[in-house]
Design a protein around this ligand. Structure first.
Ligand code: DC
Length: 235
């Protein structure tokens, strides 16, 4: 009997909102020929489903019912690299996942232990084959502590607020930077203080501050760490 095929490498990138996980994750995945999956989409989908069902995102009963009713699946974007399009059944919810309504409620649903429990298996299933860069808050600590390389990104609140503001402005939105900063701070507080799977770095994570470096420099540092571990040939 042949041995089961070994999975490909798994790289996790955790860190607070607007720290650059998506930019770095996509660049890294592209350079490696891996898929990039943002686990925040799982929780955003639960928040959206709860609100759309007329439920209260702060109510465990409502959020868990929405989580169980979700028929979430992802499809690659046209490049085939990023699991960037999300569907609930046949309904494309990609855009709705980034609405201000979801931004304002996603931390509430994601701090509910039963919601996190319901999202564990789908996330692990998505990582099963490896060859993937997974982004989130607890991927290296809870979802996949056995990942080959764990990265934790951080940056100052001002730098993160400016980045998110620019992103929204480039997408045609008009949002006050002070509102963004307040929203990020509120989410940081909820994400890092929740009792289950709080935002924190894995003890063996590669810690990188993205304040004064470009995304390409961060990718270079992660690739160097992969090369050191023999996962790729050169950085
Ligand atoms: O990365 P993001 O902004 O799309 O994440 C949305 C929310 O989901 C964020 O407030 C925290 C939550 N989240 C989480 O609790 N665990 C994850 N692994 C990913 C996201």
């Amino acid at each position: 009997m042949s041995a089961p095929a070994a999975r490909g490498p798994i790289v996790t990138i955790d860190g607070p909102a607007a720290v650059g996980k998506t930019t770095v994750g996509r660049l890294l995945a592209e350079s490696l020929g891996y898929l990039c999956l943002d686990s925040g989409l799982f929780y955003r989908a639960v928040a959206l489903a709860t609100v759309r069902a007329g439920g209260d995102p702060d109510s465990p009963d409502d959020a868990v019912a929405a989580a169980h009713a979700l028929r979430l699946r992802f499809a690659p974007d046209p490049s085939g690299r990023f699991a960037a399009r999300a569907f609930d059944g046949d309904c494309d919810i990609t855009q709705a996942l980034f609405s201000p309504e979801v931004d304002g409620t996603v931390s509430l649903v994601s701090r509910i232990p039963e919601v996190r429990a319901a999202m564990l298996d789908p996330q692990r299933e998505a990582l099963r084959e490896g060859g993937i860069v997974a982004l989130g808050r607890d991927i290296g600590t809870v979802v996949c502590p056995e990942a080959d390389v764990k990265v934790y990104l951080d940056a100052s609140p001002d730098v993160r607020a400016r980045r998110r503001w620019k992103e929204r402005r480039d997408a045609g939105g008009e949002i006050d930077i002070a509102d963004i900063r307040n929203n990020l701070q509120a989410r940081d507080r909820i994400d890092s203080q929740r009792s289950i799977a709080p935002l924190q770095a894995a003890p063996d994570a590669l810690m990188i501050s993205t304040d004064d470096v470009t995304a390409a420099q961060v990718v270079k540092a992660i690739r160097a760490s992969m090369a050191e571990r023999g996962l790729i040939r050169e950085a």
